[in-house]
Design a protein around this ligand. Sequence first.
Ligand SMILES: [Cu+2]
Length: 469
Amino acid sequence: MIWEKEFPSAFKAVRKGSLLLAVLGTFLVAGPALGQDGQKDTEQQKQESSAPSNGTGQDDPHAGHPMAGMNMVEMNPASMFLMNLASGTSTNAVAWPMPMVMTYFGSWNTMFMGVGFLVDTQQSGPRGGDKLYAPNWFMASAEHRVGMRGAFQTDLMLSLDPATITGERYPLLFQTGETAYGKAIVDGQHPHNFIMSLGFHYAYQLSENTTLAAYFAPVGDPALGPVAFPHRASAMELPEAPISHHWQDSTHIADEVVTVGITHKKVRLEASGFYGSEPGENRWIIQTGPINSWATRLWFFPTKNWAAQVSVGRIVHPEALEPGDQVRATASLQYIKPMPGGSWASTFVWGRNHRTATLRNLNSYLVESVLPVARKNFITGRAELVDKDELFAGQSDIEQHLDLLYGSTFSIGAYTLGYTRDVALFRFVETGVGANFTTYSLPDAIKPYYSSHPLGGNIFVRFRLKPHE
Ligand SMILES: [Cu+2]
């Protein structure tokens, strides 16, 4: 197909230039911007007094938080639109005060976010494991107004996971997805890629209530699924991935992503093309491939506190060791209420994979929430129910034996409760100490392999870049 053959070469050329530009540009902007402190800001603010204005009125759910006492310049509604994006073109409920450091450099607005965890995990039973690991990511965005109605933004997100999660995985009971050392990962979570995202956005305000947006990302997040867990407000105090990740939001690291979207008042419709293969085991590189997969997503933002989406996509041959494609459908609903000391954030997600090779339909459900209690304390939880058919991948004798007697798909429940306490150790970092605990429900048929009551627990230190007061 022309679509598959012609476009990649064009994108390759674009990528060569754009990668260099983005990396250089973002860090040129980031360096001085991070270095300059309050004094210089106020000086510049006097000179450039063009306060951010948003002509869309108070009822507009997209006229979100970045308004409040910001340290930004040259903003228009299209700028505001881009700054509210979470990962790719996905959006948390706009009421969420995103934990980002905002400043500007010349006429560029810049935003920085960073999170790192140091985790000790203990997973029980014959298939459990223990490990010390450190998932982390850092994101830098630079935004510039383009004329009165347009805005451009570039995002770069990096993670040192490939180095800080050794052995290509960390233990996580019942987790599946991707490969390590040529084998399917089972009961473990893969690290994320060094370049988690590199993307370019353009938004144009057509009329007072309508905005067009385009996104191209050599590595990015197509219009499929809810906000991915590393960026999701309700998952902020949970260092481990949900076991429904590959049913719901695993495409957040995809290649050759092209998305166009139109937002009218409280509704947004998006369509994406992307390369469907999951990241390979070399997590330091950007992989390339044809735009062979598609997705479309419809958002609804009833008020600033709510974000809902439904999406569907066809992912061509996502899993390296399994034949066939996946047709994924997801729906999610998020509620966020800012409170003293943080935000109460909750998300419900349904995700379903239809595997074209086996014709299986696998469902997953997730509910998670984080609640700030008094100041400096967070209570968090996550409950999941997932149909798993890969738990015995690579163990064909057991797989066949189970298939004969009980079938190929096992419904797994995972129930996590956690607590984090903020401790003020550093001026520019929100440091917290936390722990969580997971119990599982599983069919009797697989208890001999997992024990009757498998458990998982984590203790961790959380570091997060602290927004300006
Ligand atoms: Cu992921």
